[in-house]
Write a protein that binds this ligand. Sequence first.
Ligand code: MF3
Ligand code: CO
Ligand code: CO
Length: 354
Amino acid sequence: MLPHFDVRPRCQISHEWGKIGLKSEPRDVSVLRTIVSPWYDTLWDGPGMSAEGGLGPNRVTAAAIQSRGTDLHSILSKTDARIEGKMTGMLQKQRRLILNQQGQDAMRRAGRVNASLMDYIRPHVKAGITTGRIDELVVQWTSDNGHTAATLGYQNFPKSCCTSLNEVICHGIPGDEELKEGDIINIDVTTIVDGWHGDQSETFLIGQVSDEKKAVTQCAFDCMHLAIEALTPGCTVSKIGETIVPEAHRRGFSVVREYVGHGLGKQFHLDPSIPHFPNRQSRIDRLFPGMCFTVEPMINAGTRYARCDKADGWTVRTKDGRPSAQFEHTVMMTEDGPEILTQCNDGPHKGHQF
Ligand code: MF3
Ligand code: CO
Ligand code: CO
């Protein structure tokens, strides 16, 4: 559902489109909404006008404005210059997310390298290996190939990958823990290749695991692929959450909200934010050809709520201690639809049954 917006900004804003870098009025009015509606947060800062559940910025209607005794035209004309400045900035920011041919090729290379690293790690993920040893393998392969691990030192993260065991949702720190029969473990690797990022993760089953662990792993895998498949050029980011939430719930599982996917490129984490549930911003943000982002649903067997370890500041666990699984791919939107940049040669492909 698109935000309720029965007053078209086009009518009120007096600039020429050229001034904000558009050749003509954008065909897709959601582009305008994207640009204008965050600004409404500051335009409508009166009581009751900015709360998410109340008359949020996207629910401003002519009636609501009139009931406050305010005339939209007069507000917009007074703030034209401020809106135009903001629009220019936001458009430029959005444009930077759309990569040119060189950027796209560089992201394809980064994705391929990162996928080769995952293929290298995979046979080692067995009972008896420690998570610290897995990290050493990541360090060694990455430096042997002349690349850099993005997580090492990222916001002071101490290791070169994340290893998230059983009830750990994400950001587990490699250490002394030994993998044993019955565990599930997510390994998340991110490589910087000539300045560009490839980011992916996979959940591994160690030997025979419980039906619950297997089902939650299958669910995370299927949800990731279903969500990627649902994307079309220019679609809203919310397509992802709209696909994942009903599927996870249908299987009796929950979707983590506190941690989300992200745009990426020369930086590890960029706009747009990619929540795996629909929210207001994801109904506005669009995935245009040339944009790169991750789809990385974290699916919990029990409650969706998470708790971050106070002692290490990183490890995120399910609040109820029940298992959690995740898969992640880096995806590029193209004119023909989504392209997975981090597809491995080995390992599970779409349709895989665990
Ligand atoms: N790789 C994770 C992601 O998918 C981020 C890990 S950040 C770290 O976004 F600092 F925890 F390593
Ligand atoms: Co990752
Ligand atoms: Co990521």
